[in-house]
Every structure is written in C-alpha cells, then in structure tokens.
Design a protein around this ligand. Structure first.
Ligand code: ASP
Length: 325
C-alpha cells in the first residue's frame, strides 16, 4: 500500500517486544495507522494485499483465544499467509527447547513470529536468535504490548485523547502483563494512573511505577475517567493471595455501587477473558452505555494489522540497507 502520510520508519526497531522505552511518537504511529483500519474492517469482504507473500507464524506456548485469532485475522486481512503453531501437537511436547523451536521455524524464513510464552523475557530471548520480526503476544507477567495499544486506541477514539485522563487499573496487578504494558503506555501518553488492589496483589515496585496506589476501590475510583479491570490470574498463583473469591468480589469486584465513585461517564474496560462475578459484575460488564469491552476486541485486529505492517516495512528497509553495504 503506498501511503505518503504513513512513514513507518519513525519506529526503527525490528521487533515489538514491549511498550517500555517507546516514545509518544512510536505509540502514535501504531495508533494512527490502526485507526485507518477500523472503518475498513467494518465493511464486509474487504481484504488488502499489503502483506501478500508474507508469512506470519503464531507461536503460542500458552493458551489464547482472542489474541491468536486477532493476529490471524489481522494477517489475513492484509493478505499474509498465517500459520498457527499448536503447542499440543508441536515438538515442545517432545522436549524441544524454546530456542530450538525458534531456530527451526527461523530456518523456514517466516517474516514475522508472533510469540506468547509463560516466562517473562522468553520472547526477547527468542528474538535474539532469529532474523525475522518478532511480536510479543504476552510473556509471563512482563508485557503484552498489543493489548496496551488496543486499549489506548479504544480510549483515544472514545475520549479524543489520552493526555490528562485519570485511569484506574484494578485487581490482580501482580500477575498482569496487561497492567505493566498499560502503565508504561499511559504514563508515556500523559495519563495519570492509579493502581487499586489488595496489598498481596501489588508488585513490590508498585510505588516506583509512576502511579498512585490505593487499597480501597471506592477511594481509588473517585473521579476516574477510565476503569480498567484485570482478570484474577489463578494460573500464575502458587499460594493463596486472598481468603475467598467471595471476599475478593466483595472488596474488589466492580459493581454499580463501587462504580458510583468514578465519573458518571467513566468507561469500563477488561482485557478478557472475564471472570464474571469475581472481578466484575455481569451487568456492569454488559452495560452497553459504559462498557467498551467488545470494542477493545474490535480494536485489537486493527492494532495488530498496524503492528504487522510496520514491522514488515522495517524488514524491507533493513534488507535494502544490507544489499547496499
Ligand atoms: N488476555 C490477557 C493476557 O493474555 C489478559 C488475561 O489473560 O487476563 O494477559
């Protein structure tokens, strides 16, 4: 696609591994490009050929429904070949290491590897061993950059800007890569971030993340523009972090009573999958006037199209430079 207004060289990196370290210009490049795809994706039957001849491999070592499908659709809408590596039938089960798998796939010359892994840092390690572009689709509790970008696009389209908004991120912050990527992005784009959680579900470095910390939902939600709920990630909990689910819901589950403290037009967000009746009440999650949870899923495809496109353009540029030298 030739598009003079779109200059992907402002994001010069070969991979997208996290939000930490990105500038407002980098972030805006992805958001602006994704914005151009939203309307197109709403029309039936529209497919582009921007990435025709490209191969994208989704390599998911952890379960995923929405992120994997979203990357698959994003690649296909741009005309790429998308291959899904299913972990249950792969050589991972046969004892092959992460790096062996990456090297094997690399030898097949894909353009982009989209990788999800249960260990923080695993995707970066893998990116150092391959010569294609790598996108982090979530590594342990570390980062999930495309989730933060799609959240930002959702907010920006609803509110016109991110700068100056008061955003509350609530719940299991300790185990959440979504929270970490969002904190970096929101701080970089000028929002004020509050974290609301029980002490046991806050990371030790919470105070140093440039956020305000609250242990009480009503106090923390006071006058917030955006309420971002997080899933209670029991698969990452080795011990017990709170007495019972009932008690957790009582103190930290988002219901209409707690929501009253936020601004009357506050947006409700959740990255999914949701534990209804644990971190969020069903009626709040389904409130079409305030919940933008479905919109987040929609924005996910547009954001991932932008990410695939920018990184493929960068691959071409790098190859051009290699040929010149
Ligand atoms: N889908 C998000 C992630 O992969 C959020 C979650 O699982 O709770 O981190």
């Amino acid at each position: 696609m030739s598009d003079t207004a779109f200059d992907s060289s402002v994001y010069p990196l070969p991979h997208l591994l996290g939000i930490e370290g990105l500038s407002p210009v980098d972030i805006s490049l992805f958001l602006d490009r994704a914005d151009t795809y939203v309307e197109m994706n709403r029309k039936r039957g529209v497919m582009l050929d921007t990435l025709r001849g490209r191969v994208v491999i989704n390599l998911f070592f952890e379960n995923s429904t929405r992120t994997r499908t979203s990357f698959e659709l994003a690649g296909k809408r741009l005309g790429a070949e998308v291959i899904n590596m299913s972990v249950s039938t792969s050589s991972i089960k046969k004892g092959e290491t992460l790096i062996d798998t990456a090297m094997t796939l690399n030898a097949m010359h894909p353009d982009v590897l989209v990788v999800r892994h249960a260990s923080s840092g695993a995707v970066k390690l893998l990116s150092e061993k391959v010569n294609c572009a790598v996108i982090n689709a979530g590594d342990g509790r570390h980062e999930h950059p495309t989730q933060a970008l799609l959240d930002a696009l959702t907010i920006r389209r609803r509110r016109g800007q991110i700068d100056g908004l008061q955003v509350a991120i609530c719940g299991d912050i300790l185990h959440s890569r979504v929270a970490r990527s969002n904190i970096h992005l929101l701080n970089t784009m000028g929002a004020r971030v509050r974290l609301i959680a029980p002490k046991t579900l806050l990371p030790a470095e919470a105070e140093r993340l440039g956020t305000e910390v609250f242990y009480d939902m009503k106090a923390g939600l006071k006058d917030c523009d955006i309420v971002m709920m997080l899933r209670l990630q029991s698969e990452r909990m080795e011990s017990s972090f709170f007495p019972t689910l009932r008690e957790y819901y009582h103190f930290y589950g988002l219901d209409y009573e707690k929501l009253e403290s936020a601004k009357p037009d506050a947006l409700i967000m959740h990255p999914g999958p949701m534990n209804r009746g644990v971190e969020i009440a069903s009626d709040v999650a389904d409130d079409i006037g305030r919940s933008v949870i479905r919109e987040q899923v929609e924005m996910g495809v547009a954001v991932r199209m932008a990410c695939l496109e920018v990184l493929c353009n960068n691959l071409d540029r790098a190859q051009g430079q290699e040929h010149k030298s």
